[in-house]
Write a protein that binds this ligand. Structure first.
Ligand code: GLN
Length: 545
């Protein structure tokens, strides 16, 4: 295909209408017709990246192979498309301004006054086209975060206007997401918010080509016709996006509505029947589980589901693969104590101790690890969860009672988890952790090697602290084995306890790489271990009856 085509996804009236899922679903349908498609998210806030945001603010921070700390929507893109994203797939206002200001300091504007238009908008246009210019993609979908009409969205909408004009009809289109609320008192679906949202977009000179309307009820024909007439789109370009029980239904819902067809027609591209065989296989398994396992998720951000988004999705993929429903029970680490650990955790088939930062809730995490280690309940520790597994072992097996991470206690006599030398001089918080994909060699006869079926793996990291190798011999002699090592630095990436049922702690984040087409092997194996544990538990109790 000669030129890359661009689709902009904008949103009006209320944000969080699920633009990310619509963008990912559209991309899936285009990919399933053979178009090489990628998705990009432009975020209108001033943080250079979401890495410095508290998960309560913005949900999980998603990390790419190239070490970019990005918006959680990129996780959806990867899970839907099974194609890795990169730094270019997420750009914030902060990053745009940072690069424009750096150029200004280098004198690249040759004495000109630097302004929002054209300099900021040019930088946005440049960032939008970077992916297209790689030649790797037929179609680039750009999701504009935030709400059309907000002050901070203005430069983005202006960049979209210019790009539509420059690239020409059939090369760039706008899909606009709106809300069609149902007023129960009147028993009516209201089109006014959509009309106003389209009008706001038009005030900036941008016409919507396709409307995707979020609704709780089916849109009758007369509502669709009205929306088409007043919003200046073809009737077939009014797409209903009805509430779905799972986000994984949305591609099929969009297919039924013909979103892919109308988009491809506007881009003057051929459309065919998308091949969703693998996707639908997954859906069938996901919706028809043959059993259930209950996994405890121990973390301190459990009030907000989005904080552990990728972990929850990885469980959905792994559950489907094992044909079971994975019921995730969120347990606040701050509420766990030595006294209540047994009563809170004894019914679980597996326990995952979550990633995190800072001291709050770590004693609860350590108690959770102690309980599952002693009871041989399957355990997966991720990042801070792995670090807490090490501390627990040091304290309760090696009897080094003040063992700790220097993140929590700088003065500990036994810093089992410590900063790397290279981290000690760093004071900036943004973008300075060990980030992105790193190699890891796996030990023979380990769970890890059996799970991955390979001797070398690559997994994504996001942390500052590391296992302190001064203690490696001592902890291995006591029974906790480092089964995954970074080949260049010798850093410990995986720990296991061979005499336990299934006990794995990983310094990296496997959840980022789990997709519908490729459920993560570690999650698949963990769910399987939980299922085996549950089956054995039941047969023991039956034998006792
Ligand atoms: N706080 C720990 C560190 O920085 C763990 C980080 C995490 O769990 N992602 O090393």
């Amino acid at each position: 295909m000669a030129t890359t085509k661009y689709i902009f996804v904008t949103g009006g009236v209320t944000s969080s209408l699920g633009k990310g899922i619509i963008a990912a679903s559209l991309a899936k349908l285009l990919q399933a017709q053979g178009y090489k498609t990628t998705i990009q998210k432009l975020d209108p806030y001033i943080n250079v990246d979401p890495g410095t945001l508290n998960p309560y603010e913005h949900g999980e921070c998603y990390v790419t192979d190239d070490g970019a700390e990005t918006d959680l929507d990129l996780g959806h893109y990867e899970r839907f498309l099974n194609v890795p994203t990169s730094q270019s797939n997420n750009v914030t206002t902060g990053r745009i301004y940072q690069s424009v200001i750096e150029k200004e300091r280098r004198g690249e504007f040759l004495g000109k006054t630097v302004q929002v238009i054209p300099h900021i908008t040019d930088e946005i246009k440049h960032r939008v086209q970077i992916l297209g210019q790689t030649g790797d993609y037929d179609i680039v979908i750009t999701e504009i975060g935030g709400t059309v009409g907000d002050i901070e969205s203005l430069p983005y909408v202006e960049a979209v206007r210019q790009l539509k004009w420059e690239l020409g009809e059939n090369n760039a289109i706008v899909v606009h997401l709106t809300l069609v609320p149902f007023l129960s008192a009147a028993g009516e679906l209201k089109t006014k918010p959509t009309q106003h949202s389209v009008k706001t977009l038009m005030e900036s000179g941008v016409m919507a080509d396709v409307l995707v309307c979020r609704t709780e009820h089916e849109l009758p024909n007369e509502v669709r016709t009205k929306l088409a007439k007043f919003c200046n789109v073809r009737p077939e370009a009014v797409i209903q996006s009805i509430d779905a029980s799972t986000i994984y239904d949305v591609p099929n819902l969009m297919l039924d509505e013909g979103l892919d067809k109308v988009v491809l027609k506007k881009l003057a591209l051929e459309s065919s029947q998308p091949n969703l065989t693998r996707w639908n296989q997954f859906l069938t398994r996901h919706k028809n589980p043959k059993g259930e396992v209950v996994i405890g998720l121990i973390g301190k951000y459990v009030e907000l589901q989005d904080s552990y988004k990728s972990i929850l999705e990885a469980f959905i993929h792994a559950g489907a693969e094992n044909e079971v429903k994975v019921k995730v029970e969120s347990i606040h680490s701050e509420h766990l104590t030595k006294a209540n650990a047994a009563s809170q955790l004894k019914h679980l088939d597996g326990v995952l101790v979550a990633p995190g930062f800072g001291e709050r809730g770590i004693e609860g995490k350590i108690e959770a690890v102690r309980f599952v280690r002693e009871q041989s309940i399957p355990f997966l520790g991720i990042c801070l969860g792995m670090q807490m597994a090490v501390i627990e072992y040091a304290r309760n097996v090696l009897n080094l009672t003040d063992a700790n991470s220097t993140e929590m206690n700088e003065a500990t006599a036994h810093p089992f988890i410590d900063l790397m030398e290279s981290q000690k001089a760093i004071t900036d918080k943004g973008g300075t952790m060990r980030l992105g994909a790193w190699d890891c060699n796996l030990l023979d006869d380990s769970i890890a090697k059996e799970v991955y079926q390979s001797s070398t793996i690559k997994e994504r990291h996001r942390h500052r602290y590391e296992f302190n190798n001064d203690y490696k011999q001592q902890i291995e002699d006591a029974g906790m084995i480092a089964t995954g090592l970074n080949p260049e630095t010798g850093l410990v990436e995986i720990v296991e306890i061979p005499e336990h049922n299934w006990f794995v702690g990983v310094q990296y984040h496997p959840e980022y790489k789990s997709t519908v087409a490729n459920p993560h092997p570690l999650f698949v194996a963990f769910v399987k271990a939980a299922l085996n544990f549950k089956t054995n538990k039941n047969s023991v109790s039956m034998a006792q009856n």
